[in-house]
Design a protein around this ligand. Structure first.
Ligand code: PEP
Ligand code: MG
Length: 578
């Protein structure tokens, strides 16, 4: 029987593939059939996980203070001994061989068998020892989950990953393994996982609560990342309809590619700057496929993604010069590390410093974290300055709240410049320093920020999150996400006006600047510099070059005054009509 689900479509595209269920917060123990060739590797993976679990238990044992009662240590020693027990180790290996299944499923099978045996014991004490078995099995499963192969493997190619939640790092791994699409039970459209999916062109839907209760691994799933519609076990007619949608999207892309070389100028002669947001290497490739004026936002915190430590100055430098080479003289805006909130990476150091507080989005993130710990900030600033001798580079400071943060950053940049000068290292003495306006306080005080900085860039993702008090990664409040909220529009209008008054450029690099529904409205408000994921450029360009700013100005001003949703919608329809 066909089943239909709906969620928040966050990355367009139609995908058809077999479901692959993953649990990010729990280990996925569902059985997967392996090929004969994969068996030795799977056994090795299990042995490795047992070794890691033993190491973890030994470390725990070593950390027990001397004066602790003997029972605790004996308890852990028992668990270590159990790891050598053939019932827990050899038996699952036999299962992997005989049933050609994954290590997690083999362990789970053994857990179930042992549970039955323990439950049938009359002795109450002995029957509760199943808790020890569970503890040891969980330790091995956790170690398996941490091994690379568990998250993202060859067998994911062409499949649709269904998870409770996914991190931005998971999205990159999935892309490299060629997944067809993904669905998560939680997450909002502005989460960095969703942003990355859009930028990587992976069709994705988030916020589909409990979907894993209804779908089994291996079932054929169809998803439309535009409408947020998911079908399981679709009929032939339904599948044909989805294939038609896939075809129509491809045709639309082909049509759009025809405007790639056209100048980005409106019908009434307003010159536009269309820039791209980039995060990872794949974006550089995507960027090369479209004609753009430069990089308006390089989310450098993604360099921390696959690292086991904070990137060195040289690693930063290499990454930046690589983008500069691809840009061939076009400007590169490097945002300094905006770590924290949902950008928590696998790097040990970042993990250690990860915000454990209940409100990470309001905590130590972005510029706050960098100023608080200059051991992260200084190597990055040195690398940015060094890279500025290789091509036009601009510094962009994230999450500014008070002008004191700008002052502090500028002082630090000057001292790094002094160091480089005394070392005889070349850099751009006049490197522009700009600030992200993404906290309402900074938007309201935009005049003061404009007085201190060379340019501003509006980050609508956070600006909307903080203005409307909606956690951008919480699907339960995603329905409140509203770029047209009068408060949001007034803040944007105010920042653009502040830039004009101070005679400095104002760009926008939040998702709103890449959304064809809103770009004409933004043009009407006076914005001419848009930065967006590479695969949004052509659609945005189409909307903008077909418009006249003179006509949009009045409509945009009326939008600021609109008093009802109906009035807004009717104005938006006029703005987006011709
Ligand atoms: C924003 O907040 O709009 C932005 C561009 O930054 P990020 O999405 O990385 O927080
Ligand atoms: Mg932001």
């Amino acid at each position: 029987m066909s089943l239909m689900f709906t969620g928040i479509g966050v990355s367009r595209g139609v995908a058809i593939g077999d479901a692959h269920l993953v649990r990010r917060n729990q280990v996925d123990v569902s059985a997967r059939k392996l090929t004969k060739r994969a068996i030795p590797g799977e056994i090795k993976r299990l042995r490795q996980a047992i070794k890691s679990a033993r190491k973890e238990l030994l470390a725990t044992l070593g950390a027990i203070p001397e004066d602790t009662g003997g029972d605790i240590a004996a308890f852990i020693e028992t668990h270590i001994l159990m790891l050598d027990d053939s019932l827990l180790t050899k038996k699952p290996i036999e299962t992997i061989k005989n049933e050609q299944c994954n290590a997690e499923a083999a362990l789970q099978q053994q857990r179930e068998e042992l549970s039955k045996v323990f439950a049938s014991m009359d002795d109450k004490y002995i029957s509760t020892r199943i808790d020890d078995v569970n503890h040891v099995i969980d330790a091995v499963l956790r170690a398996l989950n941490d091994s690379n192969e568990t998250f993202g493997g060859e067998h994911w190619k062409g499949q649709i990953v269904i998870a409770d939640d996914l991190t931005p790092a998971d999205t990159v791994v999935m892309r490299h393994h060629g997944v067809a699409g993904f669905i998560t039970e939680t997450g909002g459209q502005l989460s960095h996982t969703a942003i990355l999916a859009r930028s990587l062109g992976i069709p994705a839907i988030v916020g589909v609560h409990n979907i894993r209760e209804y779908i089994k691994s291996g079932e054929t799933i169809t998803l439309n990342g535009d409408s947020g519609l998911i079908l399981a076990d679709a009929t032939t007619e339904m599948l044909n309809a989805f294939r038609q949608q896939q075809k129509a999207l491809k045709q639309q892309q082909r049509e759009l590619s025809k405007i790639n070389d056209m100048k980005a100028v409106t019908r009434d002669g307003v010159h536009l700057q269309l820039n791209v947001n980039i995060e990872i290497d794949d974006d550089i490739k995507a960027m090369k496929r479209v004609h753009v004026d430069g990089v308006g936002l390089y989310r450098t915190e993604f360099l921390y993604l696959d690292q086991s430590a904070v990137p060195t100055e040289q690693q930063h430098f290499k990454a930046y010069t690589k983008v500069l080479r691809a840009l061939k003289g076009a400007p590169l805006t490097l945002r300094t590390a905006d770590l924290g909130a949902d950008k928590i990476f696998s790097s040990t150091l970042a993990n250690e410093r990860r915000n454990q507080h209940s409100n990470p989005a309001l905590g130590m993130r972005g510029i706050r974290l960098c100023l608080n710990d200059t051991s992260i900030f200084i190597p990055q600033l040195r690398a940015i300055l060094r890279a500025s001798s290789r091509g036009p580079v601009r510094i962009l400071l994230p999450m500014l709240t008070s002008t004191a943060e700008v002052t502090q950053s500028l002082v630090l940049i000057e001292s790094v410049k002094d160091d480089l000068r005394s070392e005889g290292v070349e850099f751009d003495e006049d490197i522009p320093v700009g600030g992200m306006i993404e906290v309402p306080a900074a938007a309201i005080a935009a005049d003061q920020f404009a007085g201190q900085l060379d340019f501003l860039s509006i980050g609508t993702n956070d600006l909307i999150q903080y203005t409307l008090a909606i956690d951008r990664i919480d699907d339960q409040v995603d329905y409140l996400y509203d770029p047209l909220h009068p408060a949001v529009l007034q803040l944007i209008n105010h920042v653009i006006a502040a830039g004009r008054k101070a005679n400095i450029p104002v760009a926008m690099c939040g998702e709103m600047a890449g959304d064809p529904r809103y770009v004409r409205l933004l043009l009407g408000l006076g914005l001419t510099n848009f930065s967006m994921p590479p695969n949004s450029v052509l659609e945005v360009k189409r909307c903008l070059i077909d418009s006249r700013r003179v006509r949009l100005r009045k409509l945009a001003q009326s939008m600021l005054q609109a008093t009802s949703w109906e009035e807004q919608q009717s104005l938006l329809a006029r703005i987006n009509g011709n």
